[in-house]
Design a protein around this ligand. Structure first.
Ligand SMILES: Nc1nc2c(ncn2[C@@H]2O[C@H](COP(=O)(O)OP(=O)(O)OP(=O)(O)O)[C@@H](O)[C@H]2O)c(=O)[nH]1
Length: 301
């Protein structure tokens, strides 16, 4: 039999905060690996999702939202995003069909002009707009940038995802299978666990806790009864935030722990005991050395 040559490559997803990048990755990979939240800027690290078929392997890189930096963490995110764009085989520029072209998108397209990497325009959340409004919207973007392909999708409902994957595959170079077929992410469990806890904090506290909250997994221990014991610390900037996270008689922290534990049990496939602590560390976002402590490492990029 004449076997087609295997294709593989790295694909970076960029877009304004909240356009649905994590939802898309999770939909494709079918497992909860990228944090999802309706608060902007929750994705801070490079998260890889690996999608393998018989003929190809796509390695997704979920870059932090590109935006004008306001503090050191913002600076750092920008640098990571821009370096990533030059190294990948393809860029998916994801937009929110409902919001339309804004200054944030224009800023990103300016950055995209600085690379030679091919770019697809992925129009997400089409379930939220009338089909008649789609073409005029797309035209606005096409006037500003030359996209290799334009693909409307709904990451949430799963529309057109297969088409997009097929088009991505067509753009990948011939290459090796970098990861085993059953591997969906190369991030250590520790990172995924901390993101799952962070997601619960953001969801449950709504507007009260800013995205600057960090979660550090202090220990993961597998004991003889096969249960996994995890201790993690939620790091906030102010005492008032600590109070909110702990809640009345510790109820909020308990709820955060309960929900995170369910997700972590699904992830690890074993019983989990999760112990959560809350710590105040003032102004941590502006201290790069501390960012490094929290696992943000510039030299990896
Ligand atoms: N209606 C609709 N909502 C969507 C779709 N895709 C994502 N969302 C919602 O949009 C919100 C943001 O989605 P995320 O996947 O967290 O967005 P993100 O781009 O990863 O956000 P950051 O991590 O902040 O950069 C969530 O509430 C999603 O449920 C879609 O296709 N349709």
């Amino acid at each position: 039999m004449n076997k087609t040559k295997f294709k593989s490559g790295f694909v970076s997803i960029i877009g304004r905060p909240n356009v649905g990048k994590s939802t898309f990755i999770n939909r494709v990979i079918g497992q909860k690996i990228a944090i999802m939240s309706d608060k902007p800027q929750t994705t801070r690290n490079k998260i890889q999702g690996v999608y393998t078929t018989e003929n190809s392997q796509i390695i997704f890189i979920d870059t932090p939202g590109i935006h004008k930096p306001k503090h050191k963490l913002g600076d750092f995110m920008m640098k990571v995003a821009q370096n990533t764009l030059k190294e990948v085989d393809l860029i998916l520029f994801m937009i929110n069909a409902e919001e339309g072209l804004g200054r944030g998108d224009e800023y990103i397209m300016e950055r995209l002009k600085e690379t030679d990497t091919p770019v697809f325009l992925v129009v997400n959340k089409i379930d939220r707009v009338h089909p008649d409004d789609l073409l005029p919207l797309i035209d606005q973007y096409r006037e500003k940038f030359e996209f290799q392909e334009i693909v409307p999708i709904s990451a949430l409902q799963g529309n057109n995802i297969e088409t997009l994957l097929g088009q991505i595959e067509a753009y990948l170079p011939e290459g090796p299978q970098y990861y085993p077929s059953d591997q969906v992410t190369d991030h250590p469990e520790r990172f995924i666990i901390s993101e799952l806890v962070r997601e619960k904090v953001l969801h449950l506290t709504r507007e009260e806790i800013p995205h600057s909250v960090a979660v550090v997994v202090d220990s993961i221990e597998k004991r003889e009864n096969h249960a996994v014991y995890i201790a993690a610390t939620i790091v906030v900037e102010r005492n008032s935030q600590k109070g909110i996270i702990i809640g009345k008689q510790g109820r909020m922290l308990k709820e955060i722990g309960k929900r995170a534990r369910v997700d972590i049990e699904n992830l690890l496939g074993s019983k989990v005991f999760l112990e959560l602590w809350v710590k105040v560390q003032k102004d941590w976002r502006n201290r790069l050395s501390q960012l490094r402590d929290f696992g943000f490492r510039e030299d990896e990029y």
